[in-house]
Design a protein around this ligand. Structure first.
Ligand code: CS2
Length: 474
């Protein structure tokens, strides 16, 4: 039995509050912060916040909030003992501790996944029907959502006459800063018009593009890491070597020197976000649904199948990049070649099922924008329409051979209801397209969309995922 992992050096005094302490942030942003402190010093300890589950806090507490990351490179596994977290708070259990941290923070960062923004995916506006938002509005000083805590903490700073912190979203959403700003302003406007105006004038919400593949902890990881390091860590994280962080350089308060440790500080993140969301995440989601239905457990298994590798190459070359503007100095065909290599890394056991989760929140920015732009440009997005059809099949809760699928999605019940009463394929498609949270009515009404999806769903169900992928892209 190996020894328990323990802190070997003190954390810096806290300066950052991070919402959403999942595997991704611990293997990405936390490393940039730790490196920036190593280079330039500063009080940039991170207070990690979980909004719901206590599991990360409970795992990290006995190890003094430290943990191990393991980089899975071509030359083997490189462990690192990360010691930048100064505390972990489970918001509903200790709201006062969280407000105390937010009173002195300079920077608030978020990786709460798409659904954590409590917005309507098709419009980007605050979803007032969301149960957490209902709580934020009913009792603004006992909020439930990340935007609710941020709005409340900003109000406290305003009333105390103190300057605000910067609020930086690090989730896979286009214009994530602007989206978060809109949600916070909508929420603040309901609470107090002066608060709304103060936030609008004083607080920066930089947008960012984040990229590193970090699968969820898998069975066996804890034991593997104990063998590698000699220490028992209840919450290690494995990740690929690649990382890219593009940050809009717009901060209303001090920040660590991210630029000194490899982040690209730019004036406009939009071209980078579009490239990453459409090329990486769009391909990821497409391969997740088709791959899962074809029986591929991981992304590497999916791209090892010639039909699916050919399919994703076609998506990039014929559907996604022709309607994309490359960021300055980037060659999109090189970029997508690198993506295929990253997806194929067999050491990264990134499950298709994990990526398939929350599709209702992911599809608009990953796939639907490209489909619309292809149609406007007179290009046939048959491969992406097949991906949407595969998502419909996946969210029916039943695979192509009749096997049950566990569907995790905030709209899971409504998605499954589209299949009730043995409807025809065209009816299934029309029912899905009627979900306005996901599909804008003008998009859903396009005949090419209805016909293309009906054809794709029919092919998928009669020929199977791999043959349908070949037929759509051949
Ligand atoms: C993935 C992303 O789970 C998913 O939806 O597409 O987490 C992806 O691995 C990251 O965005 C890569 O940067």
């Amino acid at each position: 039995m190996s020894e328990q992992l323990k802190r070997t050096r003190p954390a810096p005094a806290p300066g950052i509050v991070h919402f959403g302490l999942g595997a991704f942030w611990r293997a990405f942003g936390a490393l940039f912060v730790e490196e920036a402190v190593r280079e330039g010093g500063g009080d940039w300890g991170i207070v990690g916040v979980s909004l719901k589950s206590p599991s990360t806090r409970d795992a990290l507490r006995p190890q003094d909030w430290t943990y191990t990351t393991v980089e899975l490179g071509p030359e083997g596994e490189t462990p690192r003992h990360v010691q930048i977290l100064s505390d972990v708070i489970v918001a509903p259990e200790a709201p006062e501790a969280l407000f105390a941290a937010l009173e002195t923070a300079q920077l608030v960062t978020l990786t709460v996944t798409e659904k954590g923004y409590c917005h309507v995916p098709a419009t980007g506006r605050l979803n007032r029907d969301h149960p957490d938002i209902a709580q934020d509005l009913a009792e603004p000083d006992r909020p439930a959502s990340a935007p609710g805590f941020i709005t409340r903490a900003l109000d406290v700073r305003r009333k105390a006459g103190r300057p605000p912190f910067t609020v930086m979203s690090c989730d896979n959403i286009p214009s994530n800063g602007e989206l978060l700003r809109g949600v916070v302003l909508d929420l603040a406007a309901e609470i107090d018009a002066d608060l709304r105006d103060w936030i609008a004038a004083e607080v920066s919400f930089p947008s960012t593009m984040v990229d590193r593949i970090v699968p969820a902890l898998a069975e066996g990881d804890v034991d593997d890491v104990a063998v590698l390091t000699g220490y028992r860590d209840a919450a290690p994280v494995k990740h690929e070597p690649f990382r890219q962080w593009v940050v809009e350089d717009s901060f209303c308060a001090p920040r660590p020197d991210f630029g000194a440790v490899g982040a690209e500080m730019v004036a406009d993140v939009a071209p980078y976000e579009h490239m990453k969301l459409r090329c990486l995440n769009g391909a990821h989601s497409s391969l997740a649904y088709l791959g899962y239905l074809a029986g591929a457990e991981t992304m590497a298994d999916a791209v090892a199948r010639p039909a699916l590798a050919g399919y994703v190459r076609h998506l990039w070359a014929q559907e996604i990049t022709p309607v994309l503007t490359a960021p300055p100095g980037v060659d999109l065909s090189q970029y997508t070649d690198t993506l295929l290599e990253r997806f194929a890394n067999p050491a990264i056991r990134h499950r298709t099922w994990q990526i398939a989760m929350d599709g209702s929140q992911k599809l608009p920015q990953r796939i639907l924008d490209t489909v619309r732009e292809c149609l406007d440009a007179g290009r046939a997005p048959d491969g992406l329409l097949l991906a949407i059809a595969a998502w419909m099949q996946f969210t029916s809760g039943t695979g192509l051979d009749g096997e049950a699928i566990e569907v995790k999605d905030p709209l899971a019940d409504r998605l499954r209801a589209c299949w009730e009463g043995s409807p025809s394929e065209e009816d299934v498609v029309r029912r899905y397209l009627a979900l306005e949270e996901i599909f804008e009515p003008a998009f859903a009404a396009r005949p090419e969309v209805v016909e293309g999806l009906t054809l794709a769903l029919g092919r998928l169900r009669s020929q199977g995922a791999e043959a349908a992928a070949e037929a759509a892209t051949g």
